[in-house]
Design a binder for this molecule. Structure first.
Ligand SMILES: [Zn+2]
Length: 96
């Protein structure tokens, strides 16, 4: 079961399951670990994971879906793992 599936189920149920909440707390099993296993943990990656976990713990299904979409679409600098937005490549600090 992917987080996309879990979010769809949470939409139907109106809340996340206890299992979802336990998985969201752990770095490897949250939506970041599922979608970005190769990305180093930078402050930007950490923030996404913390925001996602917070939304799941509060049963904020819409917010969790929003953050999950960002995790899937966002690109990170291959050198420092800071967010570079929707286009893959190095960040301004590493590009020079
Ligand atoms: Zn960089």
């Amino acid at each position: 079961m992917t987080w996309k599936d879990r979010i769809e189920a949470a939409k139907d149920n109106g809340s996340f399951s206890d299992e979802d909440k336990a998985l969201a707390r752990s770095w490897e099993t949250c939506a970041v670990g599922e979608n970005l296993p190769a990305v180093k943990v930078s402050s930007d990656v950490k923030r996404l994971g913390e925001d996602f976990n917070g939304a799941v713990q509060q049963d904020d299904v819409r917010q969790a879906e929003h953050i999950c979409d960002r995790i899937v679409q966002e690109h990170f600098c291959p050198q420092c793992s800071q967010s570079v937005g929707s286009t893959p490549g190095f960040c301004a600090g590493c590009a020079g």
